[in-house]
Design a protein around this ligand. Structure first.
Ligand code: GSH
Length: 206
């Protein structure tokens, strides 16, 4: 399998962590949608990462669809997103909140990165960041003391998405240590697990 995307992307890292938790061997192509437009668009016409090229040659796009495939194929009787019922809905709800938080944070970042500063519309940036902050705070409130995981007493896609969203929020300037201390402690602890540590993005060369 070939994972197309850089782990700086929360969506790509979510897939990379999932692949590693399931013990799946894969190669990674460190491409991004802005710096490698043609290569990324060849894999995904929308020009977004991640994409996952299967050994059959089939290409999957969108992190949600990719992790769904990985759960279906490799999740056995304990997939990272449960297969049905209230447990599935609970995991999917947190994943939706955390992926939505990433979408909002990136909307603000893209606006700043792709618009001349004199044309920045600060109320829009502030609103996007407030939406991201609210979502992270809502998950922070769900973290239970002495439980390393958000739900079901085990690692689920809720934890993985919370981990990547907290990391993005911190990178975008949200003080998660101060504002979401329980979530921050949870993500620090998750970083002790190989799938999280080994997917840390490599810093760009100096
Ligand atoms: N819903 C998609 C979002 C993917 C996404 O927005 N990826 C970003 C990187 S973090 C991207 O490739 N952006 C390039 C662009 O939007 O042109 C997913 O979950 O995979």
């Amino acid at each position: 399998m070939i994972l197309i995307g850089v782990n700086r992307s929360p969506y790509t890292r979510r897939v990379a962590i999932t692949l590693q938790v399931y013990g799946i061997a894969y190669e990674q192509r460190d491409l991004n949608g802005f710096g490698h437009r043609e290569a990324v668009r060849a894999a995904n016409p929308v020009g977004r990462i991640p994409a996952l090229v299967l050994d059959s040659g089939e290409t999957l796009i969108d992190s949600g669809a990719i992790v769904d495939f990985l759960d279906e194929t490799y999740g056995g009787d304990q997939p990272l997103t449960p297969r049905s019922g209230a447990e599935r809905r609970a995991v999917l709800k947190i994943a939706a909140m955390m992926m939505g938080a990433c979408d909002k944070g990136l909307q603000a970042a893209y606006h700043r990165n792709h618009t001349p500063k004199e044309k920045w519309h600060q109320p829009w940036i502030d609103d996007c960041m407030a939406q991201m902050t609210n979502a992270l705070a809502a998950v922070d409130a769900m973290v239970k003391p002495d439980d390393p995981y958000l739900l079901l007493g085990r690692l689920t896609q809720a934890d993985i998405t919370a981990f990547v969203a907290e990391r993005l929020g911190r990178g975008l300037g949200i003080d998660t240590d101060a504002q979401m201390p329980r979530l921050r402690a949870m993500t620090r602890a998750l970083l002790g697990q190989p799938a999280f540590l080994s997917t840390e993005p490599t810093p760009p060369p100096a």
